[in-house]
Design a protein. Structure first.
Ligand SMILES: Cc1cc2nc3c(=O)[nH]c(=O)nc-3n(C[C@H](O)[C@H](O)[C@H](O)COP(=O)(O)OP(=O)(O)OC[C@H]3O[C@@H](n4cnc5c(N)ncnc54)[C@H](O)[C@@H]3O)c2cc1C
Length: 392
C-alpha cells in the first residue's frame, strides 16, 4: 500500500493551502474531503484578502504571505483573484480619527495605505452615500477573490503537480498512529497510510479527536450573508469595509483612540447581532453583502442555530442601503456560513508525534491560510510540534 508523506483531512482553504506547501517541498500528499467538493466556510465567504484588518505585528504579515504565494502561483497558472485594494469608509468623526491614527501607524511600519477624501471614496465605490462617508483609508495591497473559483483552481494546480492525490466523498472516520506511520480509515472502509496526518476539519470538530478540538476555548460562529443579482449600476473597484468594520477589526485596536470609542444606540443595535458591513463585487457585477456573527461554544454544538433569520437580514440590508445611498438592492440569495474560532486566534496542535490539527482560524481564513500553512509545513519538515507556532 502506498505510504504518503502527508495525508490532509479536509479540502477547505486551510487543507488546500497546506497541500500546496507540502507539494512545493516535493512531498507526496493525499487530500481527503468528505463532500463531493468543499462546501464549508471556504466557499461561503466574501473573498476579501485583507491583511490590512489583521493584528499589526503577527497576522498582518501572515496575510501578506498569502498574497505573496498567490502572486507566485499566478506566474504559471492564472488564479481568480486581483490585487485591487480595500477601502475603509468612516461614518463618523471617531472612526475617521481611527483611520488617521492607522495611517500614522502604517507610515511608521512602512505599510502602504493612504487617506482619501469623501470624493475620492466615491470614485472607488459607486455609489456611496456622501451623507454616510466622512473619509476613507485605502490599502492598495489587499485583494479580492471569488472563493469557490479560487479553491477549485488552486486544487487543480496542486493535482496537476502529480504529487497530490485528491479523494472527494471521503469522510475520514479514524486516524491512528503506530510504529510504521499513520493510518486513516474512511466511512467506506478504505484505508490510507501516511507518515504525517494533518486534520483541517473547519467547524466539524466532533468527528475526529473531539477531546482536543471540541473544547471550551473553541467557538462556532454563524454568519448571515446575501448577494444581489448581477448589476451594472454598482461599480466597486476594491473591497469595501465600513464604519462598524473599523470598530471591529483587530488592526484598529492598536490605535490610541480605540479605547475611548463611544457607540451610538443604532450602532449598539447592530453590534448586538455582530453586524458590520462588508461589500465585495464579483466579476458578473453581483455584490456579496454581509455579515452578522452569533457564537456557540463548541461543546454546545447541538444548540448551533441553522436558521436564516429574516430580522438579521433586514438589519444588514437596511444598513447596506444606507451606506450605498440606494432605496433598494435586488437581493438574489441569503445564506449562512459557519466557522470555528479559537480563543488564541487559531488552534495548531500536534495531537501525537505525527498527527496534527489546524482549525479555529475564525474570520481570517481566506486572508491568512496561505501564510499560516507555510509555517505549519515548515514545522512538520523540522519534525517539530505545531504547538510551538505562536502568532500574536
Ligand atoms: C460568511 C463568511 C464570510 C467570510 N469572509 C471572509 C473573508 O472575506 N476573508 C477572510 O479572510 N475570511 C473570511 N471568512 C473566514 C474563512 O472563510 C474561514 O476562516 C475559512 O474558510 C476556514 O477554512 P477551513 O479550511 O478551516 O474550513 P472549511 O472551509 O470549513 O473546510 C473544512 C473542510 O473539511 C472537511 N471535513 C471536515 N471533517 C472531515 C472529515 N472527517 N473527513 C473529510 N473531510 C472533512 C469539510 O467537509 C470541509 O470541506 C469568512 C467566513 C464566513 C463563514
Amino acid at each position: 500500500m502506498k505510504q504518503y508523506d502527508l495525508a490532509i483531512v479536509g479540502a477547505g482553504i486551510l487543507g488546500t493551502f497546506a497541500a500546496y506547501h507540502a507539494v512545493q517541498r516535493g512531498w507526496s500528499v493525499l487530500l481527503l474531503e468528505s463532500g463531493m467538493e468543499a462546501k464549508g466556510a471556504s466557499v461561503r465567504n466574501f473573498g476579501q484578502l485583507v491583511p490590512s484588518g489583521m493584528g499589526l505585528n503577527g497576522w498582518r504579515n501572515i496575510g501578506a504571505r498569502t498574497i505573496h504565494h498567490l502572486t507566485e502561483i499566478n506566474k504559471s497558472t492564472p488564479l481568480p483573484w486581483k490585487k485591487n485594494g480595500s477601502l475603509y469608509v468612516a461614518s463618523d468623526e471617531q472612526e475617521l480619527q481611527l483611520l488617521e491614527e492607522m495611517q500614522q501607524l502604517n507610515d511608521a511600519q512602512g505599510y502602504a495605505s493612504r487617506l482619501l477624501s469623501v470624493n475620492e471614496c466615491c470614485e472607488l465605490s459607486q455609489p456611496l452615500n456622501k451623507a454616510y462617508a466622512k473619509g476613507g483609508l485605502f490599502f492598495p495591497d489587499d485583494a479580492t477573490t471569488e472563493s469557490p473559483k479560487l479553491l477549485a483552481t488552486l486544487l487543480q494546480f496542486i493535482i496537476q503537480s502529480g504529487r497530490c492525490d485528491y479523494r472527494n466523498g471521503s469522510l475520514v472516520q479514524t486516524v491512528e498512529e503506530n510504529d510504521s506511520g499513520c493510518s486513516l480509515r474512511t466511512t467506506d472502509n478504505t484505508i490510507y497510510r501516511a507518515r504525517d496526518v494533518l486534520v483541517c476539519c473547519g467547524h466539524q470538530l466532533n468527528r475526529l479527536f473531539p477531546a482536543i478540538l471540541q473544547t471550551p476555548a473553541m467557538r462556532i460562529c454563524k454568519l448571515q450573508m446575501m448577494d444581489t443579482l448581477a448589476s451594472s449600476q454598482v461599480k466597486l473597484h476594491c473591497n469595501l469595509l465600513t464604519g462598524l468594520s473599523i470598530r471591529r477589526y483587530d488592526a484598529f485596536h492598536s490605535c490610541a483612540s480605540y479605547a475611548n470609542l463611544i457607540t451610538s444606540e443604532y450602532q449598539q443595535q447592530l453590534q448586538a447581532e455582530g453586524i458590520h458591513l462588508l461589500f465585495t463585487q464579483r466579476a458578473d457585477g453581483s455584490l456579496i453583502i454581509g455579515d452578522s456573527h452569533h457564537y456557540t461554544n463548541a461543546l454546545d454544538v447541538d444548540s448551533l442555530d441553522y436558521h436564516n433569520d429574516q430580522h438579521i437580514n433586514q438589519l444588514i440590508l437596511t444598513e447596506a442601503q444606507r451606506i450605498l445611498g440606494v432605496d433598494t438592492l435586488p437581493i438574489n440569495r441569503f445564506w449562512n456560513g459557519y466557522y470555528s474560532q479559537h480563543d488564541n486566534s487559531i488552534l495548531a496542535t500536534s495531537i501525537q508525534k505525527n498527527i496534527h490539527a489546524v482549525t479555529g482560524i475564525g474570520g481570517k481564513g481566506m486572508t491568512c491560510s496561505g501564510g499560516f500553512t507555510e509555517l505549519v509545513i515548515e514545522q512538520l519538515t523540522k519534525q517539530q510540534s505545531l504547538d510551538l507556532i505562536n502568532i500574536v
